[in-house]
Design a protein around this ligand. Structure first.
Ligand SMILES: Nc1ncnc2c1ncn2[C@@H]1O[C@H](COP(=O)(O)OP(=O)(O)OP(=O)(O)O)[C@@H](O)[C@H]1O
Length: 927
């Protein structure tokens, strides 16, 4: 984390909006006295939550707002923003850059914001817990702070040690826990005092409530006994009522049953009289029926004889028809087999005809193809003849051109020869001379060879070669001269003749064209002759095809006639078949008809037989019924007289029952009236219905109940006056009392928890503090020796038994001096000692950035050197912003910021980066 920038507006001398950018390493802020350097430090402290006006060097918080100058009006708001880079996550916020802003208005309103979101001062403080940064931490060191470190009160030094130990957070938690503990104890005291009050009332009301309780219990018991007494009476009457009702119901049922029986007997007598009437009527009817049935039976017998004769006649006709039908079926089989035969023959002929037809079609198609071929050949002949005409016209034209060209060649040749003085005579004589010379040379060579052979034969070893060669060379020279003279006679213009664009070349081209044209004419004529031969051939073939076609057509016609005749034969056979089939059908119909008639006649005969049988049965049954009816009439007569006797007896019984029923009805009404009276009395007495308690069981006897009731009533009377409100009041007080007791117990538990937490915090704080303190102690001695070039320094806990409260004493022994309490050191020595302590702390817990405001002022040249060296060393780990007037410190810085007051009373920032290189003179001026 580094401090990237500070933006100020309206803060002290920064009346204009100013942004001060910081970089890593050591930055020196320089400028004349009173130009506003320390105001920058104040601004940073202010944003970090400084509330002390003394530390801010003002008398009130509004004084930090720009007060105006002679030329500028005062402002109403002061605002400072710190911009920190949080790439390494030192601060517990998930942002790479954090902007913390504080604003104060003249009205006194103040506000904080982190990344533009409004926050509380507490949030800002918590953000920097244990980072070494903060209004009272060690990241900002100024003369006042040096004094604080070295002040005579050892307790004041503790804070920076605690910050380095990282126990600020624990301190905060401890304070909070202590506050909570205090609040808990206060609450306990309060709860206890209220509880005491409530407890007194609780006991007083408890006794009254118990009396009310007893009174209510007795009343309830009395009520219960009274219910039981009433229930016993109620049940007694009810029992009698039920018994009487049951008896009444029995008598009524008996009466109904008797009435029913009498009614049934009357009905039965009436039914018997009705039955008698109908029986006599039936008897007469059956006697008439028997007579009728005898007559019917005789007529049926004569009909049945007639039908049997008809059946024999029909059966004879059916057998004759069946013989006829068989004859016809044999004939039909014969006809069908000849139809199949003829159909096959017909199919074969048709197949043959189809075959011939397809042949005819093929011949016709090939004749048509040949005709088209002839037409194509004739067309090609016509085209070739047209082309021959054109070629002949071209040949004629080329002949004309050739004649003209030949004339031109002759003319040009003559002119060329004339121009070149060509002499044919001279050329011929030179060619003769050349030939002669060469012949002469050849003859000489042959001659010398013969001489050489003679020399060899004669054995003369030395022929005159030199002489011969001399002679030969002369002869060759002569021939060469002649040849040169011959070449000189050749006319030079001939070359132009034979050149590619020369006239001879043109002639050759025309010759070639003529040859081409002649060849083309020749080949076209050959093609015409060939085509004519092919046309003749094709026509001859077509003639033969036409003849074959004619034969095929004749055969086809003949086959068609045969097919027609066969079709006729088949049709005749089919007609014959139809006729035979219809005859067979007719016979079958007749047979069916005869069969149906036979069935009908047989059915009629059977029906008559059945009818005859039925008549016999009916006659028998009628006779049986007559006997039965006569017996029934007798029985009915005796039943009627018995029923009439029974009715008389039952009527006597019925009048006795009627008297019983009327008496019981009077009894039941009396018991019902008694129950109603009991219920009304109970309701009047208790305001509740007795019916609510009908299910209740009563074990006791009436005597016991009466005795207990008298006792309970006496006890209740003895209770005297009762405060019925006491019970309700007691309930409220009891709830409150119990609530307070439970609260007190909760508070006790909370107190115990807080005490444990506090012990834990103190234990951890103590361990952390001691570990850090020991490290700082060792570092302090080492850094001191470096800064002083020797000597000794020590830290001491004033009360080692309570390190969290103990003051810290500093002892220092500069080289060559005695170990002394720091109060006795010189100003410079004190500053150097404080710086040593500061760096010793940094070694344990480096603060991410550190601001030193003129802490080098009291140091001499030697000490400044060592201070700057240490500063540079530590700048590897932390960012240092140093306000200084010292040139050595300035020279040791990486960056320079100048503060000026170009306009009186308004601070302005000038950035000077490379001191002594880019703008040395300006830096010097500012310093
Ligand atoms: N509220 C304010 N409005 C305007 N100017 C103010 C206000 N408060 C302080 N100043 C001016 O700020 C200046 C003091 O600035 P500061 O103490 O930062 O100077 P410095 O550069 O640290 O000086 P030195 O080097 O002497 O310590 C004074 O001129 C004072 O008038």
């Amino acid at each position: 984390m580094i401090l990237k920038a500070v933006e100020l507006f309206g803060f002290k001398s920064f009346g204009e909006k100013t942004r001060i950018e910081f970089r890593e390493g050591v930055t020196a802020i320089v400028g004349p006295n009173g130009c506003g350097k320390s105001n920058i430090v104040d601004a940073i402290k202010w944003v970090l939550g400084e509330q002390s006006t003394k530390t801010l060097r003002t008398s009130s918080m509004e004084e930090v707002i720009f007060n105006g100058t002679e030329d500028r009006k005062p402002l109403n708001v002061a605002e400072v923003t710190l911009i920190l880079s949080n790439n390494e996550g030192h601060l517990p916020l998930d942002f790479d850059e954090i902007a913390i802003r504080r604003r104060v208005y003249r009205s006194g309103e103040s506000e904080y914001a982190i990344n533009n979101a409004p926050v509380r001062l507490r949030d800002v403080k918590e953000l920097f817990f244990d980072t070494g940064i903060g209004k009272s931490a060690y990241s900002i060191m100024e003369q006042g702070k040096i004094d604080q470190i070295l002040s005579s009160r050892p307790e004041d030094r503790r804070q920076i040690f605690e910050e380095a130990a990282g126990i600020t957070r624990y301190r905060q938690r401890e304070v909070e826990a202590n506050q909570k503990l205090l609040r808990t104890e206060e609450n306990m005291v309060h709860v206890e005092s209220v509880l005491r009050e409530v407890e007194k009332r609780y006991h007083a009301l408890k006794a009254q409530a118990e009396k009310v309780e007893r009174y209510r219990a007795l009343s309830e018991e009395i009520f219960q006994i009274e219910i039981k007494q009433s229930l016993l009476k109620y049940r007694r009457i009810e029992k009698a009522l039920v018994r009487h009702r049951e008896r009444l119901r029995e008598r009524q049922e008996e009466r109904s049953r008797l009435k029913e029986q009498i009614h049934r007997l009357n009905d039965s007598v009436e039914d018997s009289l009705d039955t008698m009437g109908s029986l006599e009527h039936d008897l007469a009817r059956y006697q008439r029926e028997v007579y009728g049935l005898e007559v019917k039976r005789h007529s049926l017998s004569s009909q049945m004889t007639l039908l049997s004769e008809q059946i024999s006649e029909i059966e004879g006709k059916i057998s004759t028809d069946r013989v006829r039908e068989q004859h016809l079926r044999d004939r039909l089989l014969r006809i069908e087999s000849s139809i199949v035969e003829k159909e096959k023959e017909y199919e074969r002929i048709l197949e043959e005809r189809r075959h011939i037809q397809s042949q005819i079609q093929e011949w016709e198609e090939s004749i048509a193809v040949s005709e088209r071929q002839i037409i194509a050949f004739e067309q090609e002949i016509a085209d070739s003849e047209g082309m021959i005409g054109e070629l002949e016209r071209e040949r004629e034209h080329l002949h004309g051109e050739l004649a003209n060209l030949t004339e031109e060649i002759v003319k040009e040749l003559d002119e060329g020869l004339k121009r070149s003085n060509f002499s044919a005579k001279e050329r011929v004589s030179l060619s003769h001379a050349l030939r002669e010379s060469l012949d002469h040379l050849l003859a000489r060579i042959r001659h010398r060879r013969e001489i050489l052979q003679d020399f060899k034969r004669l054995g003369n070893p030395d022929p005159p070669f030199e002489e011969w060669l001399e002679e030969m060379a002369r002869a060759v020279e002569q021939a060469r001269d002649l040849y040169a003279a011959y070449l000189a006679t050749e006319p030079s213009f001939l070359e132009a003749f034979t050149a590619p664009e020369g006239i001879i070349t043109k002639k050759r081209a025309i010759d070639n064209l003529l040859e081409d044209v002649t060849k083309k004419i020749q080949s076209s004529r050959e093609r015409i002759a060939e085509l004519q031969t092919r046309i003749r051939e094709v026509r001859t073939r077509n003639e033969q095809r036409r003849k074959s076609l004619e034969d095929l057509r004749l055969t086809s016609t003949r086959i068609a006639t045969q097919a027609e005749a066969l079709r006729e034969t088949v049709n005749a056979l089919l007609r014959d078949k139809e006729e035979t089939l219809s005859l067979i059908n007719q016979i079958q119909k007749e047979v069916d008809l005869s069969n149906r008639r036979l069935d009908t006649v047989k059915a009629s005969l059977h029906a008559l037989e059945r009818e005859q049988k039925a008549l016999l049965q009916e006659e028998a049954s009628c006779r049986e019924k007559i006997v039965q009816i006569e017996r029934n009439i007798k029985e009915k007569n005796s039943a009627i007289s018995s029923h009439e006797n029974e009715i008389k007896q039952k009527m006597g019984e019925l009048s006795r029952l009627q008297e019983d029923v009327e008496r019981l009805q009077v009894e039941v009404a009396r018991y019902e009236e008694e129950i109603k009276g009991l219920e009304t009395y109970f309701e009047d007495q208790h305001g509740r219905s007795l019916r609510e308690f009908l299910q209740m069981e009563v074990q006791e006897n009436p005597g016991d109940l009466a005795r207990v009731l008298a006792e309970k009533r006496e006890e209740r009377r003895r209770l005297g006056n009762v405060n019925f409100m006491a019970a309700e009041e007691f309930k409220d007080v009891k709830d409150r009392y119990e609530f307070l007791v439970s609260q007190l117990s909760d508070l006790n538990k909370a107190k115990e928890n807080l005490t444990t937490v506090l012990q834990e915090i103190r234990r951890e704080s103590r361990e952390l503090f001691l570990a850090t303190y020991e490290k700082i102690k060792v570092n302090f001695h080492q850094v001191f020796r470096r800064l002083f070039g020797g000597g000794r320094a020590e830290l001491k806990l004033l009360d080692p038994s309570d390190p969290l409260e103990s003051g810290i004493e500093i002892f220092a022994q500069p080289p060559g001096k005695k170990l002394e309490h720091i109060g006795l050191l010189s100003g410079g020595e004190r500053s150097l000692t404080a710086v040593a302590l500061l760096f010793a702390i940094y070694m344990v817990k480096p603060s991410p950035f550190c601001i030193l405001d003129e802490i080098d002022a009291p140091l001499d040249e030697n000490n400044i050197g060592r201070f700057v060296e240490l500063l540079r060393e530590f700048s590897e780990r932390s960012q240092f912003i140093v306000i200084t007037h010292n040139k050595k410190t300035i020279t040791g810085a990486d960056n320079l910021l100048g503060v000026t007051m170009e306009e009186s009373g308004i601070s302005k920032i000038v950035t000077i980066r490379l001191l002594g290189k880019e703008e040395p003179s300006y830096a010097e001026d500012i310093v």
